[in-house]
Design a protein around this ligand. Sequence first.
Ligand code: GLU
Length: 331
Amino acid sequence: MHVDMILAPVSEQNSMSTQQTIKGRFAPSPSGRMHLGNVFTALISWMSVRSRGGKWLLRIEDLDPQRSKMEYARMIEDDLSWLGLDWDEGGLDDLGPAGPYSQSRRGHIYEKALARLEATGMTYPCYCTRADIMATQAPHESDGRIVYHGICRPAPVPPFDNKPSGNYRATRLYVPSECITFDDRTYGRQSVNLAEHCGDFVLRRADGAWAYQLAVVLDDALMGVTEVVRGCDLLLSSAQQIYLYNLLGYDPPQFAHLPLICNLDGQRLSKRDQSMSMAELRKHHSAEEIVGLIGYLANILPEPAPISATQLAAAFDWDKVPAVKSLAYDI
Ligand code: GLU
């Protein structure tokens, strides 16, 4: 199986005619209040497109029904507006032609794409539990990422007929032992062997939930996104996504990954870090102070001086963004 097995792109009703417009996006999961790390990503993405006259889209990534809450989505919108970050498309109001902009309402789109992939024989049913998969993990593999070693992978690869009985299953995509190479705007050339670093990955979970990798590719492609800016914890995911872009017949966007913001103990911020949450930050700081801090962390400002998002965008320069994997927060 080769990466060049490409399907013709689907002309969805949502397929955009504005492919050439520079379009960035922010795609938060509404599972908590934003923290400084989320704001860092949002602001850099916003400045990157605004400084070049591009558009910005807000997509609500609420695929996980247990963790996603409408009130968090509302708070994300409120925090972005408070910071001075406006969007041209998306959000809870479904502004624009490529909606709906919440992933929980896009299942019909993912369904069609999955059917296309299934029809090529590139997928197989997987009955493994998480415990089965963990039992196959070598201790130091892939920075803690779970690389699937194929208990359910039929051999030889397609066609196959060794489906176990039962209907509680996930759908997994074969990946070849080939390198996906791409140029990340921050970290430069990346080369990822999919089989070695990612393994065959899930497109739809056994409980029917859509996997992030499939949803994000279809959404970014059909919404006409040309630039994906996000934390460097998703660098490997970009290789998986480029593989899917190729299979589905879409052009991948430019990827730009960012350092993760860490607390003073060197731990990556999470939605549980209350002191970094926008709820706390807004109590003690103005929007201009937070934007100024991010300008400083992104190496655009020599010191964390208050500034508006629009003013900072005028000074934005990708070449200044530090190509390190983490930045310590200091506010
Ligand atoms: N929804 C993901 C998150 O909130 C972001 C995924 C992406 O930007 O591709 O972490």
